[in-house]
Design a protein around this ligand. Structure first.
Ligand code: DGL
Length: 214
């Protein structure tokens, strides 16, 4: 079985790595958009224009499922893309619900791109699941660029993680797949005061369910 995995850049490769570990027999076609990454500060219309032909090329190449390994595209465009393309589309979005449910301090931090934080879907997730907690949204607007260009400024990341910890956050949500590459750094900074979560596990479970269905 052949599936397509998409992200604007290198973020989705961390998801490919995780999928390959769990489903080694799957043939994965990975596509990014090196010309336009990062997406996180672009408009929804612009991003839609970029991804539509790429998604069509997945179908043309025989992919039976598409994984959007990008929170920015999922939170802004998943519904539209599902209506436009006939294959099952699995998305990745910030784990607001589990973070809010697990928080003991009543404070969670969501690290995501500006476009994800501005999306209706993200606002809905907060309204639906995080009404009873305080949601911090630290400025991570240059993190995807730093990861993409291999120029991660550890001091900058440390400052943001420490601020979130000091503000009481005991759950740090990685709401952008680029940040999966610096997950260990963030975990080390969060130490035992905050749990760091991202959705690779549930996404792979969802993918398995789709692959198992007739
Ligand atoms: N990796 C993507 C995400 O999960 C997008 C990062 C970007 O292109 O700004 O949101």
């Amino acid at each position: 079985m052949k599936i397509g995995v998409f992200d604007s850049g290198v973020g989705g490769l961390s998801v490919v790595k995780a999928i390959q570990k769990e489903l080694p027999d799957l043939e994965i076609v990975y596509k990014d958009d090196a010309e336009h990454v990062p997406y996180g500060t672009r408009s929804v219309e612009e991003i839609h224009g970029f991804v539509k032909p790429i998604f069509q090329s997945f179908l043309d190449e025989g992919c039976r499922v598409i994984v959007i390994a990008c929170n920015t595209v999922t939170t802004n465009l998943a519904s539209q893309l599902r209506a436009e393309f006939s294959v099952p589309i699995v998305g990745m979005e910030p784990m607001v619900k589990p973070a809010a449910a697990a928080s003991k301090t009543g404070v969670i931090a969501v690290c995501a791109t500006p476009r994800t934080l501005a999306s209706d879907r993200y606002k809905w997730l907060k309204d639906e699941y995080a009404k009873s907690v305080k949601v911090l949204e630290p400025d991570c607007s240059d993190w995807a660029y730093m990861v993409e260009t291999n120029s991660v400024d550890r001091e900058k990341i440390a400052k943001i993680v420490n601020e979130a910890r000091n503000a009481g956050a005991d759950q740090i949500v990685l709401g952008c797949t680029h940040y999966h590459w610096i997950e260990q750094l963030i975990k080390d900074l969060a130490k035992d005061r905050a749990q760091v979560i991202q959705p690779e596990g549930p996404v792979i479970e969802q993918l398995k369910r789709i692959l198992a269905s007739p």
